[in-house]
Design a protein around this ligand. Structure first.
Ligand code: NAD
Length: 429
């Protein structure tokens, strides 16, 4: 990769913002301009197909009824049934769900899988709720979405605050409404009830595969490359483990409880064992020096992997980033206002809609297996997922070279072009 030193792309239309919808739209606008997207298609794609807001009364353990607000946003279905996770968090907002739904459309288009994009969310704090309360909430949400969800309509999956347990409840509740077992209505299910081998590690694996593909273009050698990873949950810990196994030196890691540095590289197997023995947190990990969590993002490493939350790389810390390569495990970790700074510094970024799409790719494999009534081996899953990730990276890279644009904008160009072309063929407004 030969990073240009001048930021040649049109400036994002939104100045610094913490609003993920505006952040997403500013990149979409730049890509639409480069593509010369016609006005009609632009108007279709900038808005979600539908947004559903529900209020769900749930019996709490103390005998009182609480009403929760939930959302499902279906951004687009031109490429196929919509796909997207469900987030349980007290900070869920409709704007956030709208942005995440659109990201799913672009993500599925980038990796060329036949899905549209959707996302759901419920404003709740699952950490303060009992399993029974979460189950009743999940079943109420599923019932309210019985005409939205469907194996050929809209297929939910886990996101922050949800996992295989919630997916099992969704599958069960939906199956009751249609009077037959409907495995393919949801992905991320427990293995015993139709989940796919390789799903748990799929996103981290895709981050690792796209990182190696980018390093190859930048002539970075595995044995000479150091990495800092923010977030040590599903994505961060699997990325760390798979990079560590490949021989990359993971010098810094963090989670919500703290950040740690080891100049000789952390032993990630030890960190995972420590985390598992300490309530899922890395706080107090021995054999490493505690550092300021904000320092991690600007630490002296070659590769930075933000794999926690949105908007952590902003115009305030971007000027101080030392990494040559950023690989976005999280959704939306970089504010749009940081893009030109990062580009001008010659830092390459493998964007979220490409880097973390290994998860939805294996979710797609789960759905295919459910429809086939057949289980694939782990080798089959990983070989196919790795190939999809590598092909997608090469396609995005070629577009970035063609237009002399960042990988991020190139990923949007690839995705929007595929969706826009499909609209042209299908027609029928
Ligand atoms: P998770 O809940 O398993 O882990 C999140 C991790 O981030 C935890 O270790 C938490 O302690 C840490 N964290 C939270 N706030 C932090 C902060 N301010 N600083 C440092 N660490 C912090 O979630 P996950 O599934 O790993 O998802 C992480 C990100 O990746 C999210 O943006 C999610 O949307 C995205 N993503 C996940 C998947 C998937 O398959 N899980 C797929 C695509 C994208």
């Amino acid at each position: 990769m030969t990073p240009t030193t001048v930021y040649k792309e049109p400036a994002p239309r939104v100045a610094n913002t913490e609003n993920p919808l505006e952040s997403m739209m500013s990149r979409f606008n730049v890509a639409a301009e480069i593509l010369g997207l016609d006005h009609e298609t632009y108007e279709v794609l900038k808005a979600a197909d539908k947004q559903i807001i529900v209020h769900l009364p749930v019996s709490m353990d103390d005998g009182k009824v609480r009403v929760f607000e939930g959302y499902r946003v279906v951004h687009n279905t031109i490429l196929g049934p919509s796909k997207g996770g469900i987030r349980y968090d007290k900070n869920v907002s409709l704007d956030e769900v709208k942005a995440l739904a659109a990201w799913m459309t672009w993500k599925c288009a980038v990796v060329d899988i036949p899905y549209g994009g959707a996302k759901g969310g419920i404003i709740c704090d699952p950490t303060t709720m009992s399993a029974g309360e979460i189950e009743r909430l999940t079943r109420a949400y599923t019932m309210s979405m019985k005409d939205v969800f469907g194996p050929d309509r809209d297929i939910p999956a886990p996101d922050m605050g949800t996992g295989p347990r919630e997916m099992a409840w969704i599958m069960d509740e939906f199956s009751k409404t249609v009077g037959q077992t409907s495995s393919a209505v949801v992905t991320g299910k427990p293995l015993v009830m139709g989940g796919s081998l390789g799903r748990t590690e799929a996103t981290g694996r895709g981050v690792m595969v796209s990182c190696l593909a980018a390093m190859n273009k930048l002539n970075m050698k595995i044995e000479e490359t150091s990495v800092a990873i923010q977030g040590f949950g599903n994505v961060g810990s699997w990325t760390a483990k798979l990079m560590f196994d490949k021989g990359l030196k993971i010098k810094a890691i963090s989670d919500i409880s703290g950040a740690y540095w080891n100049d000789n590289g952390l032993n990630i197997d030890d960190v995972i064992a420590y985390k598992n023995a300490h309530g899922g947190r890395i706080e107090g990990f021995p054999g490493a020096t505690p550092i300021d969590p904000d320092e991690l993002l600007v630490s002296d490493v070659d590769v930075l992997v933000p794999a926690a939350v949105e908007d952590v790389i902003t115009e305030h810390n971007a000027p101080f980033i030392k990494a040559k390569l950023i690989v976005e495990g999280a959704n939306g970790p970089t504010s749009a206002s940081a893009d030109p700074i990062i580009y001008a510094k010659g830092i390459s970024v493998v964007p979220d809609i490409l880097a973390n799409s290994g998860g939805v790719t294996v979710s797609y494999f789960e759905w295919v297996q459910n429809k086939q009534g057949f289980k694939w081996s782990l080798e089959m899953v990983t070989d196919r997922a790795d190939r999809i990730m590598t092909d997608a990276f090469e396609k995005v890279f070629a577009v970035s070279q063609k237009y002399d644009i960042s990988l991020r904008i190139a990923a949007y160009v690839v995705a929007i072009d595929k969706v826009a072309q499909t609209y042209k063929y299908r027609g029928g407004y």
